[in-house]
Write a protein that binds this ligand. Sequence first.
Ligand code: FES
Ligand SMILES: [Fe+2]
Length: 362
Amino acid sequence: MLFFEIDSDISVAETLPAEAYRSQSLHEQLIERVLAPSWQWFGSASLLSEVGQAIPWSFLPGSVQEPLLLTRDTQEHLHCLSNTCTHRGSILLDQPCQGRFLRCPYHNRSFELNGKFRAMPGFEDVKNFPTERDSLPRVPFENWQGFLFAALQPSLKFADWIAPIQERLGWVPWKEFQFSQERSRDYLLKANWMLYVDNYLEGFHIPYVHPALAQVLDADTYEVMPLPWGVLQIGFASDPAVPVFDFPSFHPDAGQRVAAYYFWLFPNLMLNLYPWGLSVNIILPQAVDQTLVRYQTFLWKPEFLGQGAGADPGLVEQEDQQIIARVQAGIQSRLYHRGRYSPSQETGVHHFHRLLAQVLHA
Ligand code: FES
Ligand SMILES: [Fe+2]
């Protein structure tokens, strides 16, 4: 495996080597060691608002691609289960359905909505059957403020991972947010997924790459805060016309003119909160040089749409993707190896690279 060190002292550290973004074998290591054990965003629990609903869901489509399904059972409990039949391995569901139980289309084995084996023809003479292994495996699964997350074999405790958002933004009425299909879409990007994350983790490029966004955010007060397993960036409004959050009086940011919170949670989730609502970027590696960016929008106060830091997320996304494509081309160079970090501007990128090195070389 490619070995790289990222010095803990940013003033002497060198960035991730270009080879890390090109190496097929490192890409596979990252899938196994960084992505497969991570917590992944499913979406709003309102997708499963009715008893008997079951939704198939691929965990990290394009890389880990574990077939899962989410259900709401007759007692109103939510479950995240394997979507692979315990008989000979057929996929159970390929589209959402609603009913009293789950049925395999191959030989008619059926399961309760909580995954428990229910019935199967032709198995009357089978000894020691059914056992626990004939039920669908359950996957660790969490409901945070009405948003659902799952992990196959989590290396982190969910509560620790989500804590910084809960602490700072627990006051936001998340359960009132409404998913907006028309403002949600997927982008396929011809670049390594870590370049997308790197770019997200600094506001350094805003004045150069995002001229319109630079008008509404104050470059001097832009904050980047490394968290144990993430990075928080806070954008403050540059002028009084920019919409800002209306904080409860007890909030640590009360009195400040915050225009946007940008939370990145290791390794591939970005939650961008604006006065109008939430945009979520889920970064899905497809290949060493290809990334799917899944963009989901949830509205809170739509009267603020089109204004301030979140005025035109589509434009900002396009500007980011163009610059990321340039970096993807540049890191193919035989003359470029690795760079250095700005200690005042690139603590977020440095932190991401440190976390990668820590997990890969543990
Ligand atoms: S594979 Fe599902 S019943 Fe045979
Ligand atoms: Fe950007």
